[in-house]
Ligand binder design. Structure first.
Ligand code: ZN
Length: 726
C-alpha cells in the first residue's frame, strides 16, 4: 500500500485506524461468538479483585505530571529524562528494566519561516497561541511549526487550496484546470497521511505545502475549544511527520535492526523523503490565506467552517516558505522489563506504550505511560511478596514512535524469531485518555474481542457509578454512524439489530502494534478513551489540559488501568489462554461470503471449498471452546502444550512471502488490499487477486488460503484430542 505512499502508517496511529476501522466495520456486521465467555478460574477472580483495589489515582497523577514536564521528541534531552524517569521508577517498583538501544535516523528542526507576500506583506505566525491559564502554552515561542523529516528549502508561490490532498482531490483540481506548477498547496489534515499528501503535491510540480486543521474537522464546529472544551483553538496546529517511506522503523535499515555498526542505506538513496518544503499552520493563519483567494468556487464538500466559501486559487494570495531541518543518526532507547513467568516462562504477554511525544505528551502517549507505570507498580509490589504470573510479562516502553514506529519495529526486527515463537499477545496502549465525552475506542484482533467484552462487564463508569459497559454502549449509540476526523466511529448496518455488547474494531490499530500484527501476526489491541479530540500533537496536549479539564480526578486513568491490567493478567495468569477462534473464524466467513458475491465466473472454480473449510474450522474451534468452558484438570505440561498450540494458531495467517507485491505485510487475515489506496481489508491476498483480475494469482492465493484453513482445522483437532484424552 505504501509503495505509492498514500498510506500513513505511523503518525501515531491515528489516521490509519480511520482506514482500518471504518472499512472493517463497514464490511462486517460484527459477528459474535456464542461459545464465549468461559469464566476465569477462582484464583484469577481473587487476583482481579486485588488488582482493582490496588490502583491509585494519586499515583497515576504523579506519574503523568513527571512524564510531561518537558517536551520530549525522539532523541531530545527531554526524552532522555523521560527514559531515565521510567527506568528509575521501574527499579523502584522492584522490577528489572533493561535498556534496549538502537541508532536511527532522526529529524530535527533548525528554522522555519512563513510569510504572506501578496496582496499584502505579513509575516505569518508559526507559533501556537498562549492560553493564559495554561502554563505549558507559555513556552510556545520555543517550539515553532516544522515538519518532521521535512525538506530544507525555500519556495514562493501562489496558494492553491486542495482540500484534504487526496488522490481524488488532486484529480478534481486537474479537471478544473488548476495549474499547480510552482504553487504552494494548502491542505487540510486528516483523511490520509501528510506524507501521501505532500508526495502528490510534489508530483504535480508544487513548490511547497502547508497543512492546517479546519475547525470543521477538530475545532469549534464540534464544541467548545480549549480551555473551555476539548477542541482545537484556532491558534493550534498539528505536528507530524511528512516522510512517505512505505515501511515503519528506521528508514536506513528496512527489515533489519539498526544496532550500532549495522549496514545503513545512504540518506540520498532514501525514497521517502520529500523534496519540497512544508509546514503545519494554525487555522487562524490558514484563514488569512483562504479569505484572500479567488479562482473556482470549491466543490461543496471542500468547504470548511470558517464562515465563507472557499476557493481553489491559484492566488492571488502568495506565500514564501523557508524551512531548515536536520537529519542525524542518533541513539534511541527502549526500556524493556521482563517479569519471568513461574510456569510457562516462554509464553510472553507484552504490554506496550511509547514514551516520546511531539510536545508534552499529556494525552498521546503519556496518559498511557502513566497507566503502564501504575500497572508495573502493582505487579512489583506483588512480586516483592513472592507472586509470579504463570506466563512471562514484558512491559515495553518504546522510543521514537512519533517518527515512524521506530523503537518497536527495530525491536521486532532484532527479535523476530522470539516474537513469532513466544509472544502470545501484544496489549498496546498508546494513549489512555483523549476525550471522556466521546466513547472509549478499542481495536483488537477478533480472537480477543469477546475477552475484552467480558472484561469490561464488571467495571463501573466513574461519573455515574453505573455499569461501565452500559454507559459505553450508550455513548457508542450516540456516536454511531458518525466518523470522527480521526476516523473512529461505529457503523450500524442497515437491518442490523440493536447490538448489546460494545463494538470493538476488529483490526489492530496502526501504532506500535503494526510490526507485531501486520508483519508477524501476533494478536494485539489498542485502546484510548475518546474517539476524537482537538489537541492532537499540539502544545495544548499537556498536563494542565488533562489534570484541570479532562480527568481531574484521574478516575478515567484508573478505569483504563483496570481494563488494560485485567486483560494482561487474565492472559498471563489464567490456566487457559482465553482466545476465541470462533469469533475470528466468523469474520473470515463473512469476508468469504462477501467475496463470493463479487466473483467473476472464471474465478469460481478455485473458490470452491474455501467456505466449507472455514465452516469446518468454526465447528472444530467451537468444540474446543465448549470443552474449555469446563476444562479438565490437567498437569502443567499438558496445559502448557495445549496453550502453546492455541495461542500460536493465529500464526497460520503468517505467510513468509507476504502479500502479493507487498512483502513486508505478512498477515493474510488483514492488510492493504490495493497498492495505490490506503485501504486495509480482511483476506487481503484474495482481495488483491480479485481486484487485479489476475487469474494466476487468484489460483495461487486460493491455494494458500485453503492450506492455512486446513492447518487451523488440524491445530484445533489436535487441541481437542489432547483435551479429550485427559
Ligand atoms: Zn502515540
Amino acid at each position: 500500500m505504501r509503495l505509492n505512499q498514500s498510506l500513513s502508517l505511523f503518525s501515531c496511529f491515528i489516521v490509519l485506524s480511520l482506514i482500518l476501522g471504518i472499512l472493517a466495520l463497514l464490511a462486517l456486521p460484527l459477528p459474535q461468538s456464542d461459545d464465549y465467555p468461559w469464566t476465569p478460574s477462582q484464583e484469577f477472580q481473587a487476583l482481579e479483585k486485588k488488582f482493582k483495589a490496588a490502583i491509585s489515582p494519586d499515583h497515576l497523577r504523579s506519574f503523568l505530571k513527571a512524564l510531561t514536564a518537558e517536551p520530549h521528541p525522539p532523541g531530545s534531552p527531554g526524552d532522555r529524562n523521560v527514559e531515565d524517569y521510567i527506568y528509575t521508577q521501574m527499579k523502584s517498583f522492584g522490577l528489572e528494566p533493561q535498556w534496549n538501544g538502537y541508532e536511527v535516523l532522526l529529524s530535527s528542526q533548525v528554522s522555519s519561516h512563513l510569510e504572506l507576500t501578496y496582496p499584502t506583506r505579513e509575516v505569518l505566525d508559526i507559533y501556537e497561541g498562549i492560553i493564559p491559564e495554561d502554563p505549558f502554552s507559555k513556552r510556545t515561542k520555543e517550539f515553532p511549526a516544522w515538519s518532521v523529516y521535512g525538506a530544507s528549502g525555500e519556495a514562493e508561490g501562489e496558494v492553491v487550496y486542495a482540500n484534504f490532498g487526496t488522490a481524488s482531490d488532486f484529480e478534481r483540481l486537474k479537471k478544473l484546470g488548476v495549474d499547480l506548477k510552482g504553487t504552494i498547496v494548502l491542505m487540510r489534515n486528516y483523511k490520509g497521511e501528510r506524507g501521501g499528501k505532500i508526495m502528490r503535491a510534489q508530483e504535480t510540480g508544487a513548490a511547497g505545502a502547508l497543512f492546517f486543521s479546519d475547525p470543521l474537522d477538530d475545532g469549534y464546529f464540534w464544541g467548545d475549544v480549549y480551555p473551555e472544551g476539548p477542541w482545537r483553538p484556532m491558534s493550534g496546529f498539528q505536528r507530524g511527520m511528512v516522510n512517505f517511506n512505505p515501511l515503519p522503523g528506521d528508514q536506513q535499515t528496512p527489515g533489519w535492526a539498526s544496532k550500532k555498526g549495522a549496514e545503513r542505506i545512504l540518506i540520498d538513496r532514501l525514497e521517502g523523503l520529500p523534496h519540497i518544503p512544508s509546514l503545519p499552520i494554525s487555522a487562524r493563519e490558514a484563514r488569512k490565506l483562504l479569505e484572500k483567494m479567488t479562482g473556482y468556487t470549491v466543490p461543496w464538500q471542500w468547504n470548511g467552517a470558517m464562515g465563507f466559501t472557499y476557493r481553489t486559487g491559484p492566488g492571488p494570495a502568495r506565500v514564501r516558505i523557508k524551512t531548515e531541518t536536520k537529519l542525524e543518526v542518533k541513539p534511541i532507547r527502549n526500556i524493556v522489563t521482563f517479569i519471568e513467568g513461574s510456569q510457562f516462562p516462554d509464553q510472553w504477554i507484552l504490554l506496550g506504550n511509547h514514551h516520546d511525544a511531539h510536545m508534552f505528551g499529556g494525552g498521546d502517549p503519556n496518559s498511557g505511560t502513566a497507566v503502564q507505570l501504575e500497572f508495573s507498580r502493582i505487579l512489583g509490589s506483588w512480586i516483592k511478596q513472592g507472586w509470579r504470573p504463570q506466563r512471562s510479562i514484558l512491559i515495553n516502553s518504546w522510543c521514537a514512535e512519533e517518527y515512524g514506529l521506530i523503537g518497536s519495529t527495530e525491536w521486532v526486527e532484532e527479535h523476530a524469531d522470539a516474537v513469532r515463537d513466544k509472544v502470545v499477545v501484544n496489549f498496546n496502549m498508546d494513549s489512555a485518555i483523549f476525550n471522556i465525552d466521546t466513547p472509549l475506542y478499542i481495536t483488537a484482533s477478533p480472537t480477543l474481542i469477546p475477552l475484552i467484552q467480558q472484561t469490561v462487564t464488571g467495571l463501573r463508569d466513574p461519573r455515574s457509578g453505573r455499569p461501565f459497559a452500559d454507559v459505553w454502549l450508550e455513548q457508542q449509540y450516540e456516536y454511531s454512524n458518525w466518523f470522527s476526523s480521526l476516523g473512529h466511529g461505529w457503523q450500524i448496518m442497515p437491518g442490523e439489530k440493536r447490538y448489546t455488547k460494545p463494538k470493538i474494531d476488529p483490526l489492530p490499530d496502526i501504532d506500535d502494534n503494526m510490526p507485531f500484527y501486520y508483519h508477524l501476526v501476533v494478536p494485539g489491541t489498542d485502546m484510548f478513551y475518546g474517539t476524537d479530540y482537538g489537541m492532537y500533537h499540539s502544545v495544548y496536549e499537556n498536563y494542565h489540559w488533562i489534570a484541570e479539564h479532562m480527568d481531574p480526578s484521574f478516575e478515567y486513568h484508573r478505569l483504563m488501568t483496570m481494563i488494560l491490567g485485567l486483560l494482561a493478567l487474565r492472559v498471563a495468569d489464567d490456566d487457559y489462554i482465553p482466545f476465541d477462534y470462533v469469533n475470528y473464524a466468523l469474520y473470515v466467513e463473512r469476508a468469504l461470503e462477501q467475496l463470493e458475491q463479487e466473483l467473476p465466473d472464471d474465478f469460481r472454480t478455485e473458490f470452491i471449498g474455501l467456505r466449507e473449510l472455514c465452516r469446518e474450522w468454526i465447528y472444530t474451534a467451537g468444540r474446543v471452546q465448549r470443552r474449555l468452558m469446563q476444562p479438565p484438570f490437567l498437569d502443567i505440561s499438558a496445559r502448557g502444550e495445549i496453550n502453546s498450540i492455541w495461542y500460536r494458531m493465529e500464526r497460520a495467517f503468517f505467510h513468509e512471502d507476504g502479500l502479493p507485491g507487498n512483502p513486508w505485510f505478512k498477515n493474510l487475515f488483514a492488510g492493504p488490499a490495493v497498492l495505490s489506496e490506503p485501504e486495509t481489508k480482511i483476506l487481503p491476498g484474495l482481495q488483491i487477486a480479485l481486484r487485479t483480475k489476475d487469474l494466476k494469482l487468484w489460483k495461487e492465493q486460493t491455494e494458500i488460503y485453503k492450506h492455512l484453513l486446513k492447518r487451523l482445522i488440524d491445530d484445533s483437532r489436535l487441541v481437542l484430542k489432547k483435551l479429550q484424552k485427559s
